[in-house]
Design a protein around this ligand. Structure first.
Ligand code: ANZ
Ligand code: ZN
Length: 806
């Protein structure tokens, strides 16, 4: 023991990282995907600050599972890449006043060094970087495919405008009224934008939730976001007009109590219905309503009367038409029927504005009556909105679409000659003049420009660059213009998992993903990532996968049949933040304590799906444990101890089951108990070797491999002299019988007659020599075989021994 060198983590860790790369330990032969396991962690976006401890925490959780699966005999593919396009990265480049391209060269390199230093088993031969032209040509290809399938549209609508990012953002990217990227309060702006028709897939996205193994809270978040709502559309006549207003209601049974109509302040009906003398008050109202922030809206309900009356089709009563900001323009028809007797919000509103209340009992028969009378029809509505992908920014793939004014004049578009393959109906948007870019000529390259700052005038920086946007119409050959907006980052990440296994494949430059490889490697077996992506990335990726299946490109429709949502790490009791100065940078800890100590500590802090608290004192403690491991694993002792054997089998059993269920902290805890027992026994025992000791040390090393990969490899190869690598060795097995500490009773017979009973542990009870020895010396048995000739011994392990005497 005294001769043992300390565990020199810096040297040893770097050495094995080099060996793993050299021996392609984590680069499986993709073509021979026998028993495959695709282990994926949500890729990070590389900012100049580098990886923080949250990344280290989450990626370690994912890496441990991959290593465990490899030791279970799986061919594990664990890739990594960079979500490097998008506002996140661009905002950082702006902050440090560098061109994003330049910044990324440095930051991705830093990320790679960091990820390698933690010792993760990534296949570094198959990385993706979303801002590489070789990648984004396929992101653009995806847009073109969606265009051709009829799954995109351009529409003018009130969209979320972030005044600080100077771009529109999707509904999902507005959290409590604030921009998900920069946390500024979002405003509403009327702009013409590109949308992807995710709402066409709302029901399928909802139904499929039953088929996937995801945490309940994530499924619930998706279900609520999709927001299926069963109800009816009902038409109300307008007094003095032939037109009819249509409301969406989930309570057609309350039509008898509808005493007013409310339009959203965004409603196109307002122009038509406003009485002349009311115009001024109304426009004033709309102006203030539209400039009220999200928070203020939910606090007070305000409204204004249009001066017009509608007619309730059931009661035939004339009811006033109001405008109020509690009605959302983008949901249902943006028009509601007010039923104060049964709806709390309506009640609050009528009390304030003294509108009539009709107190009738709801009538279930109205559901049918509305359809029978032709007043309306049953209708299912979804809260899910189409996915807004236009960004008036620089750092993204230019949206590959072309507008030709000459074709627009004639009403020609891509759809004049081509039938959309999935969604036939394209009547809901102005597609005249629009064509997708030529797929063969992708990418539409993002040019290097000096003036890449967002302009804030509703168009992107590329709109200043005729050398970029001037092109030829694919339909008629006339001069035409490219779209100058770029697409949302979430389009980049909606399909990256399809690309990884095909990276480097012979035809990878001809296709986004190779058909045969995709067939054998996808879907992803385990997706590990943050719960904050529930309605963003996870919803978009599911939709894109379904659309690609419908296009016949892939054969599955759920990309991530199993998803594990990791938790959030905190530091000394509070959330990590730069202003508090408590952000944990993994680099320093790795340099000081080693990657293995950090990995063990990150996973030992608490459940990986919880909110574990990082404390420096805990880190130091774990570093001491690593030294303790190093000493005991290099020890040789002559022991033959039942207690060690049983504890070993118990430990293997618990660690195996805990790993299966991501209970890493309790797995480490029982390993610690086992190590303590070994220390106890080592103290009493003589030096030397014994099978029991070797078995214990070997299995301990194997169990440590996923958690402390470097230490385990060093012990495996250099202390135990086993063949490289511990990470491709088989996971230890346990014997269920040997995990039970309880004593068993062995019956002792002499010539078939019961003569005694022995209480012993299960290991001894299975050992004939041992049972015989104890039985012969048992006082009760002794007299029956004393001076007799034992002709035969019948032994049933763990149960019975029978001496046949003559
Ligand atoms: C009459 C009624 C009576 C309603 C009653 C509810 C209760 P979900 O579940 O979200 O679909 N509504 C419809 N469109 C709206 C919009 N654009 N903005 C705000 N509210 C809107 O809820 C649908 C219900 O919310 C509809 O049913 C409508 O009010 C309101 F006792 O109609 B209800
Ligand atoms: Zn044209």
């Amino acid at each position: 023991m005294s001769k043992l060198k300390p565990f020199e983590h810096n040297k040893i860790e770097a050495k094995w990282q080099g060996e793993w790369t050299k021996h392609k330990t984590y680069s499986p032969n993709i073509k021979e995907a026998k028993n495959k396991f695709y282990n994926l962690w949500m890729f990070p976006y590389p900012s100049a600050e580098g990886l923080h401890a949250g990344h280290a925490f989450a990626s370690t959780g994912s890496d441990i599972y991959g290593r465990y699966m490899r030791m279970q005999g799986k061919t594990v593919f664990q890739p990594i890449g960079y979500d490097s396009f998008g506002i996140h990265s661009e905002n950082y480049a702006l902050k440090i006043n560098e061109q994003p391209q330049e910044m990324l060269k440095k930051t991705t390199k830093h990320y790679e060094e960091q990820l390698k230093s933690i010792g993760h088993g990534y296949d570094w031969t198959k990385t993706v970087t979303t801002s590489d032209p070789g990648y984004y040509k396929w992101t653009q290809g995806l847009f073109v495919q969606l265009f051709k399938a009829g799954l995109v549209k351009r529409a003018k609508s009130k969209v979320n405008w972030c005044p600080s990012c100077k771009t529109v953002v999707a509904d999902e990217q507005v959290i409590e009224g604030k921009c998900e990227r920069c946390k500024s309060l979002v405003e509403k702006k009327d702009l013409m934008q590109w949308f992807i028709r995710i709402t066409d897939y709302a029901q399928r996205l909802l139904d499929n939730l039953a088929k996937i193994d995801w945490p309940d809270k994530i499924k619930l978040a998706q279900k609520n976001w999709i927001g299926r709502s069963e109800g009816a559309k009902i038409k109300f006549g307008i007094k003095g007009s032939h037109e009819q207003l249509e409301v969406f209601t989930t309570r057609p049974d309350t039509l008898n109590g509808a005493t007013f109509i409310v339009l959203s302040p965004d409603s196109p009906w307002i122009e038509k219905l406003t009485a002349k003398e009311k115009k001024e008050t109304i426009f004033e109202y709309i102006n203030t309503a539209q400039n009220t922030s999200y928070e203020d809206h939910s606090k007070t309900k305000t409204g204004v009367f249009t001066g017009t009356y509608a007619i309730n089709p059931l009661t035939k009563k004339e009811i006033p038409v109001w405008i109020a900001d509690y009605v959302v323009g983008t949901y249902g028809s943006g028009v509601i029927m007010g039923v104060p007797a049964h709806d709390e919000r309506d009640m609050g509103f009528v009390k304030k504005y003294k509108i009539e209340i009709e107190n009738k009992e709801p009538d279930k028969r109205l559901w049918d009556k509305i359809e029978e009378e032709g007043w309306g029809e049953r209708f299912v509505n979804y809260h899910l909105r189409d996915w807004l992908i236009s960004r008036q920014r620089y750092w993204g793939p230019p949206i590959p679409a072309i507008y030709c004014a000459a074709c627009a004049k004639k009403g020609d578009s891509y759809f004049s000659k081509n039938k959309p393959s999935i969604r036939q109906d394209q009547t809901d948007w102005e597609h005249a003049g629009w064509y997708p870019a030529d797929e063969e000529k992708l990418p539409v390259t993002l040019p290097f420009i000096a003036d890449y700052k967002p302009k804030g005038d509703g168009s992107g920086p590329l709109a200043n660059h005729p050398e970029f946007y001037e092109t030829i119409c694919p339909g008629c050959g006339a001069k035409a213009k490219r779209e100058t907006d770029v697409s949302d980052t979430f389009l980049d990440s909606s399909w990256y998992f399809l690309r990884y296994p095909s990276v480097g494949a012979k035809d990878a430059s001809d296709a986004a993903f190779n058909t045969a490889i995709t067939k054998s490697w996808l879907p992803v077996d385990l997706y590990f990532g943050g719960a904050e992506h529930a309605v963003l990335h996870l919803m978009y990726a599911r939709f894109v996968t379904m659309a690609l299946k419908d296009m016949g490109k892939i054969t599955f429709e759920e990309p991530f049949p199993k998803f594990f949502a990791h938790g959030l790490m905190i530091k000394d009791g509070s959330k990590m933040s730069k202003s508090r100065g408590n952000v944990v940078n993994p680099d320093g800890y790795i340099a000081k304590y080693g990657a293995d100590a950090l990995r063990l500590y990150l996973m030992f802090m608490g459940p990986v799906d919880g909110y574990p608290d990082f404390r420096d004192t805990g880190m130091e403690g774990m570093s001491r444990f690593v030294d303790r491991l190093w000493r005991i694993l290099n020890e040789q002792k002559d022991i033959n101890d039942q207690e060690v054997l049983i504890k070993m089998h118990q430990t293997i059993k618990k660690v195996t089951e805990d790993l299966k269920h991501f209970r890493y902290n309790t797995a480490i805890a029982i390993i610690m108990e086992f190590v303590n027992l070994l220390y106890e026994k080592a103290e009493e025992a003589k030096d030397g070797s014994s099978q029991s000791w070797n078995e214990a040390i070997t299995n301990l090393t194997l169990m440590l491999a996923p958690f402390a990969p470097h230490l385990a490899e060093e012990v495996w190869v250099n202390s135990l002299g086993k063949p490289f690598s511990v990470h491709t060795s088989a996971w230890p097995e346990y014997d269920e019988k040997l995990t039970i500490e309880d004593k068993v009773t062995v019956v002792v017979q002499v010539n078939g007659k019961l003569r005694g009973q022995l209480e012993m542990d299960i290991v001894s009870a299975n050992d004939q020599a041992k049972v015989e020895e104890i039985a012969r010396s048992d006082t009760k048995v002794y007299s029956w075989i004393q001076n007799k000739n034992v002709k035969k011994v019948v032994f049933v392990p763990g149960k019975l021994i029978n001496f046949v005497v003559g």
